[in-house]
Write a new protein. Structure first.
Length: 130
């Protein structure tokens, strides 16, 4: 019987994690799966439950970022279409141009920071190896 209860609790905790990812509050998440808010608060204080929640949250974010990356080419195409459109207002073309430049500059900064970090790590590894 203890195994059944433990299995039921685990299933409820999995549902709770899913509900927490989709609802704004502990109370709303608890209500959505018909458990008390107090129970969910108690689980929230459990380090193992929090680890599982954070893992699920990271997985969900990873999926969202993959979708974002998949649509980034279309987003650039849309900005370029606005920039090149003779029908778009001047302010729309300027806004699209500014955004495209901002994204390009941010990408350049990220590349520069990455290269600098790589150089620092290489130097640190070289010094530690001496």
């Amino acid at each position: 019987m203890a195994t059944q209860r433990g299995g039921k609790r685990r299933r409820l905790q999995e549902l709770a994690i899913h509900a927490l990812l989709h609802h704004g509050t502990l109370k709303a998440a608890a209500e959505s799966i018909s458990i008390s808010a107090r129970t969910l608060q108690r689980w929230w204080a459990d380090p193992e439950f929090l680890r599982e929640f954070r893992r699920a949250k990271a997985d969900a974010l990873g999926g969202a970022l993959a979708k974002l990356a998949g649509g980034s080419g279309e987003a650039v195409d849309a900005l370029l279409a606005v920039i090149r459109s003779r029908r778009a207002s001047a302010s729309a073309r300027v806004s699209a141009s500014v955004r495209l430049l901002e994204l390009g500059l941010r990408d350049r900064e990220d590349e520069n920071l990455g290269a600098r970090l790589d150089a620092l790590e290489a130097e640190l590894n070289r010094r530690e190896g001496q």
